[in-house]
Design a protein around this ligand. Structure first.
Ligand SMILES: Nc1ncnc2c1ncn2[C@@H]1O[C@H](COP(=O)(O)OP(=O)(O)OP(=O)(O)O)[C@@H](O)[C@H]1O
Ligand SMILES: [Mg+2]
Length: 321
């Protein structure tokens, strides 16, 4: 069996709001194996970003419960200083909007060199060669020239590649990419996905990619975890997902893909329960075309369908699929 690099177990994160405490991540289980690309998919507000930020110790919320095991160690217990070591050294994060993550008044070279200053000060005076080599690996043409530019002089795709480069300097074991291609056009998106895939394959890095886009899942992911209302409702290989998704929500997501899929879900009818609502049974109940009495009353347990395919659905239990 492959060993997990990241294992999130029963994670619960809540926020204090003016209307009281709300639980937004309600018991998430996610694992990412070494060298694997895991896609986390789900509608807006399902808790994808909060979960991934929690891995970095940056959720901003209160961790109510659970464990986050990274490389064999529970990182929830670490001090801020120890967590700082892990961020940037072992785990790096790539966000949707590269422009807001780059400093507009500093050249690309200086921004990349800053990473050396912080994490590898011994190399900071001789890092130029290494940076150029890295940019070339990421298919950045004219790396020398690019280094002298400011962020506004670069296209969105190039900026995102610079962000990836920045995340790779420390040679992390895990890359978390939160909607890394959503702001890009389709061609550039494909190039960035290729790069992430290449990094994962050739350098055996693990990637957790968060996306709305089932096209991205099909293109890049080895495995999929579907998130709904703060929990993972289905977890399986990408192949299994598109052939044999079991949870009605997963099926609806796939069914909502139009023929000429542009990467966005058509909306599924009905609404996700409100954050302040008390949900007793299955949170997909009101939207589910297969719902029965039990779904209204009892929250479904995780049912194992086969080796690495599991689903949170009463129907799966009844059918013994
Ligand atoms: N600081 C906060 N205070 C209160 N609620 C928050 C806070 N941060 C996030 N939330 C809530 O937590 C829920 C989950 O947010 P999250 O950003 O993880 O969703 P997401 O799945 O990443 O959605 P999207 O696809 O839109 O990025 C949302 O309902 C959001 O409003
Ligand atoms: Mg998000």
């Amino acid at each position: 069996m492959m060993s997990s690099l990241l294992e999130i177990k029963n994670l619960e994160v809540s926020f204090d709001t003016v209307m009281g405490r709300v639980s937004v991540v309600r018991g998430v289980d996610i694992s990412v194996d070494k060298g694997e690309i895991l896609a986390v998919v789900g509608e807006s507000g399902s808790g994808k970003s909060v979960t991934s930020l929690a891995v970095m110790g940056l959720s901003g919320g209160k961790i109510e419960n659970g464990e986050i095991i990274f490389d064999g160690k529970d990182i929830l217990g670490l001090t801020e200083k120890e967590m700082c070591e892990i961020r940037g050294n072992d785990i790096s994060m790539i966000f949707q909007e590269p422009m807001t993550s780059l400093n507009p008044v500093v050249t690309i070279y200086k921004q990349l060199r800053e990473v050396y200053k912080i994490h590898m000060p011994e190399k900071k005076d001789n890092c130029r060669e290494e940076i150029i080599e890295l940019l070339e690996k990421l298919n950045i043409p004219d790396a020398e020239k690019i280094l002298k530019k400011y962020p506004f002089e670069l296209s969105g795709g190039l900026k995102q590649r610079i962000m990836i480069a920045m995340g790779l300097i420390c040679n992390p074991k895990l890359i978390i990419a939160d909607e890394p291609t959503t702001a890009l056009d389709v061609t550039t998106q494909a190039e960035i996905l290729d790069i992430l895939k290449d990094i994962s394959t050739t350098q055996k890095k693990s990637v957790m990619i968060i996306t709305h886009d089932l096209g991205v899942v099909a293109e890049i992911a080895d495995r999929v975890s579907v998130m709904y209302f703060g929990k993972i409702v289905e977890n399986c290989s990408t192949e299994e997902f598109f052939k044999n998704a079991c949870h009605p929500y997963s099926k609806d997501l796939i069914g909502a893909m139009p023929d000429n899929f542009d990467g966005r879900f058509k909306s599924i009818e009905g609404n996700v329960p409100g954050m302040y609502e008390e949900v007793k049974g299955c949170p997909y109940f009101s939207r589910c075309s297969y719902a029965s009495e039990i779904c209204k009353k009892e929250e479904p347990p995780v049912i194992k369908i086969s080796g690495n395919h599991s689903v949170r659905c009463h129907r799966a239990e009844q059918q013994e699929v």
